[in-house]
Ligand binder design. Structure first.
Ligand SMILES: CC(C)(COP(=O)(O)OP(=O)(O)OC[C@H]1O[C@@H](n2cnc3c(N)ncnc32)[C@H](O)[C@@H]1OP(=O)(O)O)[C@@H](O)C(=O)NCCC(=O)NCCS
Length: 152
């Protein structure tokens, strides 16, 4: 029902604006500093009509907050800025993105895919096979989080 595929960094911005950062003035400013970093990779989900309904980005990074949460010798990718449009939630677009992200990260040689999960998204990531690898922490303006990771 949903297809996930690689997209360019600038194709993430409209969805980031609509889903994650509607308070920002325009899609053009919905960037993050590592969008063009080496090994950065961006993923979109598309419905049967080809409409763009979901997004995430993958970065070749360890956690600064919990550097020892995953085995130090294991290669890891970070899943970040993940979201799907409210009108498609619960229909599989998020799952399509995570499956694509996990396969792609595994192909790069990673052993773990991790994220800083918002509390509201814990059930989604658990359903996708992620486990908690840190205690809880608070992100200003956003709320409670925990680091979660999927063994690839
Ligand atoms: C979290 C989010 C990406 C999930 O996307 P989605 O398109 O709804 O995900 P899916 O429909 O593919 O869900 C996959 C599974 O997780 C389950 N699931 C998703 N959200 C859930 C929730 N809040 N509570 C319980 N289960 C949930 C689905 O029911 C589905 O289970 P199933 O396989 O048994 O049918 C989406 O809700 C979202 O964009 N939220 C706002 C932004 C956000 O919080 N992003 C994450 C930041 S860390």
């Amino acid at each position: 029902m949903f297809e996930a595929r690689s997209i360019a960094a600038d194709e993430t911005r409209s969805l980031r604006h609509r889903v994650l950062w509607p308070h920002k003035p325009s899609p053009d400013v919905c960037t993050i500093d590592v969008d063009e970093a080496e090994h950065a990779h961006h993923v979109g989900a598309f419905n049967a009509e080809g409409e763009h309904v979901g997004v995430c980005s993958l970065f070749h990074q360890r956690s600064d907050r919990f550097p020892e949460a995953l085995p130090i010798d294991d290669d890891v990718y970070r899943l970040r800025v993940m979201g799907t449009l409210p009108e498609v939630r619960g229909q599989g677009a998020g799952a399509a993105i995570v499956r694509y992200a996990a396969n792609w990260s595994r192909e790069q040689g990673a052993v773990w895919l991790w994220c800083d999960a918002r509390e509201v998204a814990f059930p989604f990531y658990e359903r996708m096979g992620f486990e908690f690898v840190s205690e809880g922490y608070h992100v200003p303006d956003i709320g409670p989080h925990r680091m979660m990771a999927l063994k690839l």
